[in-house]
Ligand binder design. Structure first.
Ligand code: ADP
Ligand code: MG
Length: 697
């Protein structure tokens, strides 16, 4: 049995180790940087670097790595050893403050969206002292931000850090207006719930589609899917439980607050939720969680799939981004308290968020747009592509009353009577859950549910922080220096709810009626990535980022290009993989099976003309027809991929073409392939079936 408190953070250069290993003055200076965002001195960095190195070497490390999050969406690392020649054919282990603060990976192959030509390869990584360094294997990992030689931001972390600073400064300004002068900082907190699939490694290895694209491109449905709901919260299989236990231990060592684990809706689908923490650390920890999940699965002969839609016909995987704001004095700004109707501060922050989500619904949609998530959003297990907010009955009614100028009394938390003497009664939450809402209020936080499972949470969080900061700063301008603050506040809250109530929807987001209703309300419904992405560079969005000092116009445009290009590349790889599977394995397999059927029919007829060849003939006919269509469709897809070249250099046109033409052909090809799979003897089919993949662990 692991001693969890001892295990927790054992691989992290955390506060305790800093206190133990750093001189007092250095520790204090570093703390100031971490807590108040003050700049760090090189002399301090030298001392910290040396202490970090000593600890790492004691722990068996030979290397350090600046760990960063380029626009590829996954983390990157380059390992340097601590060795330094000491002049006498020997080496010593050294690590300077300069090396801690600044790294210089060759940046030429990371996406920059045209900001920088590949010959201008220089890029820098800069230490983020607010996220603690940690050890994996024999390397000391240092969380860093990544920018180009000329200073352009090339990662997902820098904008997040900037947005946290920006939101903090405007929220503090607002709280000071409201008289809370003791608040010095406001932090954003995030708890990302992570969904994933676990499948057997042996089966995975036989599926080129999973290997190259993370999702199955062919696969007829198994006789059983998730219709019985017997997997959801079901008892966890031994092999999976062993994986989860190992995963918890590994994450705890890295200081990740892994808390909840359970089975999800689809067969072989699971979830892990951590306890929330400050956004940038939550971001790093989520990236680590995804990596550790994959490594740990390998140790158990499993593969962890983080794709949003690995299997057709069963639920895909998402990531719920639970988000809130808390003050340096320990107050959660999204806690409505017992009487939200009398809590003007809460109402004001709520109003800012309502306005932000309404005005920047397109950005929230854009931030969750990926090739993978396109398959999930709007399918019936996930929120639709339409962004709206759920406030629940109590807050919903409060907002209505404010708009109408009526009095409202919160129902408060009712007692839940269990009706059984031995069961304790407990207090009910003020609102039920609405699992269908993309952006739901859940007691004292918002839960943004449209994120795909593989997404780096940096981007949705910096957008969210920035849009809320923008609204709060407008509110500050309106309220600063007014004579009658209370009435000004009430008027502003009422005006905001009235103008932006269209974004609030407490009903069923999965229903047809909502799609029509949302259109009437003028809400955006961007079903696909290319449709959504064009709005990234709308003037109002560029203005938002520029005005709040998050990224420049050139950087917004670069991100837009990168996302489109990435989408095109992913679809391109998927199309090539399908063609490969079709030509190298599926077509030959069906031909072989048809040949066997033909041989059987001929042999029977030779034996006696009276023998029935009905089974053989029916199958031969069906499969021959389907195979003809399949081979023709494969050729069509090949031609479409070829003709995509005409849009080279125009990322938007390419993306639209892949979405409209290539993906449509892929769907058609798949339908034909799956129909043949159903009719082909299992021993001839070249790939493990859905049944084997989904129920094989
Ligand atoms: P559910 O599945 O019901 O949404 P979970 O317990 O699985 O609930 O996940 C809730 C998540 O919300 C956890 O990660 C939790 O730490 C996080 N959370 C709770 N309070 C806050 C908060 N104030 N800020 C951010 N996240 C929070
Ligand atoms: Mg949740």
């Amino acid at each position: 049995m692991a001693n969890v408190p001892e295990l927790f953070g054992s691989m992290v250069f955390n506060d305790k180790k800093m206190q133990e290993r750093l001189p007092r003055a250095t520790y204090k200076a570093l703390k100031k940087t971490i807590q108040n965002g003050e700049p760090l001195d090189i002399t301090v960095a030298n001392v910290v670097a040396n202490a970090m190195k000593d600890w790492a070497v004691e722990m068996g490390c030979t290397h350090y790595s600046h760990w960063f999050q380029p626009m590829t969406g996954i983390t990157a690392e380059k390992h340097d050893s601590f060795i330094t020649p000491s002049g006498d054919d020997r080496v010593i282990m050294e690590f300077s403050g300069k090396e801690l603060i600044k790294g210089e990976p060759d940046a030429s192959s990371f996406p920059s969206g045209g900001i920088r030509a590949t010959f201008e390869a220089r890029g820098y990584t800069t230490w983020d002292p607010t996220s603690p360094a940690f050890i994996r294997d024999t390397t000391l990992y240092i969380p860093t931000a990544f920018c180009s030689y000329t200073g352009e931001v090339l990662d997902k972390k820098t904008p997040l850090l900037r947005s946290m600073e920006r939101l903090s400064s405007v929220a503090v300004r607002m709280l000071h207006i409201l008289g809370k002068n003791d608040v010095t900082r406001v932090i954003t907190t995030v708890g990302p719930e992570q969904e994933y699939f676990l499948i057997d490694k042996k089966m995975y290895d036989q599926r080129p589609d999973l290997i190259y694209t993370g999702r199955t491109l062919f696969g007829a449905p198994a006789p059983k899917g998730q219709e019985l709901d017997d997997h959801y919260f079901g008892s966890i299989k031994t092999r999976v439980a062993a994986f989860m236990k190992d995963l918890d231990n590994e994450l705890w060592k890295l200081g990740v607050l892994a808390k909840t684990k359970h089975n999800e809706v689809a067969p072989s689908q699971h979830e892990l939720a951590p306890i929330f923490t400050i956004s940038n650390v939550a971001n790093d920890h989520n990236e680590l969680t995804m990596e550790v999940m994959q490594k740990t699965a390998e140790k158990h002969g499993l593969v962890c799939l983080l794709h949003e839609k690995p299997f057709e016909g069963v639920n895909g995987s998402g990531k719920h981004n639970n988000w809130s704001l808390s003050t340096s004095t320990g107050e959660n700004l999204l806690d409505p308290g017992k009487q939200p109707e009398n809590n003007l501060q809460f109402q004001l922050f709520l109003a800012a968020i309502v306005k932000a989500v309404h005005e920047y619904q397109d950005l929230l949609r854009i931030t969750v747009a990926t090739a993978g998530n396109d398959h999930r959003l709007g399918a019936n297990e996930a929120p639709p592509a339409i962004i709206s907010m759920y406030l629940g009955d109590d807050l919903g009614a409060m907002v209505d009353a404010i708009i109408k100028g009526e009095k409202y009394e919160s129902k408060g938390k009712a007692k839940m009577l269990t009706g059984v003497d031995v069961l304790p009664d407990f207090k009910k939450d003020t609102s039920d859950r609405n699992r269908t809402s993309p952006f739901a209020f859940t007691g004292n936080k918002f839960e943004f549910r449209a994120l795909g499972s593989s997404l780096n949470i940096g981007c949705p969080n910096y957008m969210l922080n920035t849009m809320v900061a923008e609204e709060l700063s407008q509110f500050c301008d309106a309220l600063e220096g007014v004579d009658d603050l209370e009435n000004a506040l009430k008027a502003l809250i009422k005006k905001t709810f009235t103008e932006h109530q269209n974004i609030i929807f407490n009903g069923d987001n999965y229903s047809e009626e909502w799609v029509a209703e949302a259109a009437r309300r003028g809400l955006c419904n961007y079903k696909t990535l290319p449709e959504a992405m064009v709005h990234y560079v709308d003037q109002k969005n560029i203005d938002l980022f520029v005005k709040n000092g998050i990224i420049s116009e050139a950087e917004v445009r670069a991100r837009y290009e990168i996302e489109l290009e990435h989408y095109v590349k992913r679809l391109h790889i998927e199309a090539l993989t399908m063609i490969d599977m079709a030509e190298k394995n599926i077509t030959p397999a069906v031909i072989t099976f048809v040949n066997e059927l033909t041989q059987s029919a001929l042999a029977k007829q030779q034996l006696s003309a009276k023998l029935s060849v009905y089974a053989e003939m029916t199958l031969i006919e069906t499969l021959s027809d389907k195979l003809e269509a399949f081979v023709k469709k494969t050729a069509e897809l090949e031609a479409a991929v070829e003709s995509a070249k005409q849009y080279k250099g125009d990322n938007l046109k390419s993306a639209q073409y892949y979405r409209e033409t290539v993906l449509a052909l892929m769907d058609e090809l798949r339908a034909l392939g799956d129909a043949m799979e159903k009719k082909t003897a299992a021993k001839y089919w070249p790939y493990p079936s859905y049944g084997e993949l989904l129920f094989g662990v």
